[in-house]
Design a protein around this ligand. Structure first.
Ligand SMILES: *Cc1c(COP(=O)(O)O)cnc(C)c1O
Length: 232
């Protein structure tokens, strides 16, 4: 483990000031944009820094198995959120391990999560992952299919849909990410109108593109490398 607690705190301050600057440029209140530390590949000792820092309520992980090993080794009251692709046969384990699943992108996963949450006597918070950049390399429901997926989710009593998530396509062209995030916001606004419900969370933006995401209305930026260093 090469990252020290002090270095982590410095990185948090840097990222928070980046968020504040982006909010200032966009005329937004920085309190509307939360920072989710992405702790995938980081050891439990590093996740413990997040608890120790005191400024965070949740962390993001992208794999069920990794979290099953890690979560019992981290003390304190963090919430854990799944941000990586989920297979429906891991839904039961995901409901045991995560307070929220951000990566719901098809009906099979919705149904499996609903069933598992019902069995565990819970209502699970979820976000629908939308492939707003139409990137063949990314998971997520196609924008055109998002209304049907939401309609189905709303019939499942053990799930609570809190908003949408997207990952922008990798590109050298910075306008690609910005357009993807604008698209996700438009899709969200359209769903709010059609279904007459709140979908407050817009989970978009990572270390490389959080400024564009905030400009387009992100409420949650998921940040790994800018906080913990490059992953090996
Ligand atoms: C890894 C990951 C992030 C964080 O990426 P960084 O570039 O390290 O900030 C955000 N979202 C998802 C879905 C990820 O898998």
């Amino acid at each position: 483990m090469s990252l020290t607690y002090t270095a982590f705190c410095d990185h948090v301050a840097e990222v928070r000031s980046r968020i504040a600057e982006s909010c200032a440029r966009a005329g937004r209140n920085p309190a509307e944009v939360r920072l989710l530390p992405v702790t995938k590949t980081q050891p439990p000792e590093v996740v413990q820094f997040v608890v120790q820092h005191g400024g965070f309520e949740a962390v993001g992980e992208n794999r069920v198995q990794e979290t099953a090993e890690k979560r019992p080794r981290v003390a304190g009251g963090l919430r854990w959120e799944l941000i990586g692709h989920l297979q429906s046969n891991k839904a039961r384990q995901a409901v045991e391990l995560f307070e929220r699943v951000q990566s719901v992108d098809r009906d099979k996963v919705l149904i499996a999560l609903d069933r598992a949450a019902g069995e565990q006597g819970r209502r699970l918070a979820v976000l629908l992952q939308v492939n707003a950049g139409n990137d063949p390399a990314k998971f997520g429901v196609d924008p055109e299919a998002a209304p049907a997926l939401l309609e189905q989710a709303l019939q499942l009593t053990h799930l609570r849909v809190e908003g949408l998530m997207t990952i922008a396509p990798l590109s050298d062209d910075p306008t690609v990410a910005r357009r993807t995030f604008a698209r996700l916001r438009e899709i969200r606004d359209d769903l709010i109108k059609r279904f007459d419900l709140p979908l407050n969370e817009l989970s978009m933006g990572m270390s490389g593109d959080l400024d564009a995401a905030i400009a387009e209305g992100s409420t949650l930026v998921r940040v790994g490398s800018a906080l913990f260093g490059a992953r090996g």
